[in-house]
Design a protein around this ligand. Sequence first.
Ligand code: BGC
Length: 204
Amino acid sequence: MENIYVNDEANSVKFQPDTDIAGNNKAKCNYLRCAAVSLGLLCVVLLAAIIGVCVYYNNVTNADGAINKGTRLQIYFKIGWFRFQSSLYLLSTVKKSWEESRKDCIGKGADLVVVNSLEEQKFIHGLKEAFWIGLHDQVTRGSWEWVDGTPLTKLYWGPGEPSNNGGVESCVERRLIFSKAEESWNDLSCDGELFFLCEKEVDP
Ligand code: BGC
């Protein structure tokens, strides 16, 4: 492209033309540069999005497509389970008979709570509610057993319990009126409807 002059040649002001030294059109150049930068930015954004999705997906699932432990715990917490030591617990929001309560827990991949230590007993006592636990003597009256067959060690009966009141009390509740954690349980008719506490291991 030719240079442009105004007035006479001697006093002329030389305007820059729309071409660079190599004779390429500058507007075209800018347009191409813009397109290249935009494309580059788009690639960076796409790459970031892909990495983000991969990281998120990897957090949620492992190689087998199963939900990771951490994520699984977060989900349990969100739906009301809470953790104590190596177990997860869910206190029901509905009342059921002992047998129906147990079925409900099993349906959730758990069972009625089994108390293995004084720490756990203090923990469940602290829930300040009356609920079924996984102890009963339905097979042989007076012979208490845990739902998972755990051998009986220490039992935390309340004062005067187990009473087998009326000769029909074969299931065990954490009784609300008992204030001491170490004297907390009462035997009750299994047909009575109470809240119930489910327990499952964190990492089965
Ligand atoms: C007794 C308990 C009994 C409950 C329900 C209470 O008065 O102390 O032993 O389980 O009544 O029958």
